[in-house]
Design a protein. Structure first.
Length: 194
């Protein structure tokens, strides 16, 4: 019995060591960093230039966006060149996300019926324009920007999809929601941005 009691702490120490080694190995994996799952030093310092200590926060200035859309055009948002474009609603998503697909029906309905001058963009993370168009049947239900390198996703610190970001006409973030939203919640958030 005494031998069994002594072996359990040793087993726990070994298990803890294996877990810590796995975590450090994960953090140093260049493939994960390339996919945007882990930020390296260059990305972190780039984010610090945004203000707010590199954090995207409600009330803070939204990072600029310069991305191609799924039709091959190029969109600039929240930059000096883009000028004031009114309130913006961003939905970060992927085509393989079942929740994103289910929610897209409500997003389309809200966009169609909304009375405020809010512009909606979906931002597809880690996928090409061809992948987006194939997954959405060639005609996305709304404007989709393609962040194949996940640079905008990293700038907005996106860790899960869907993530919704509501930005006012001055370029300040009014609301961030991680996860899906009901149609009523979407409409409620849109009512509170100017």
């Amino acid at each position: 019995m005494e031998t069994l009691i002594r072996q359990k702490p040793l087993s726990m120490i070994l298990l803890t060591g294996v877990i810590l080694a796995s975590i450090f190995s994960y953090m140093e994996n260049p493939a994960l960093r390339a996919w945007g799952l882990i930020l390296g030093e260059n990305e972190s310092s780039r984010l610090d230039m945004l203000g707010n200590g590199g954090q995207v926060v409600v009330g803070g200035r939204a990072p600029a966006i310069q991305l191609p859309d799924s039709d091959g055009g190029r969109i600039e948002l929240l930059t000096e060149a883009a000028g004031g474009s009114g309130p913006i609603w961003l939905t970060f998503m992927t085509t393989w996300c079942a929740t994103c697909k289910a929610e897209s029906v409500d997003v389309r309905a809200v966009i169609t019926k909304q009375h405020v001058e809010t512009t909606h963009y979906a931002i597809s993370l880690g996928e090409s324009a061809d992948e987006v168009n194939r997954a959405m049947g060639g005609a996305p239900p709304f404007r989709v920007l393609v962040d194949s390198g996940r640079t905008v996703g990293a700038a907005y610190n996106i860790r899960a999809v869907p993530t919704h970001v509501f930005i006012d006409s001055q370029g300040f973030i009014q609301n961030i929601h991680v996860g899906s939203l009901s149609r009523t919640d979407m409409e409620r958030r849109l009512e509170h941005i100017d």
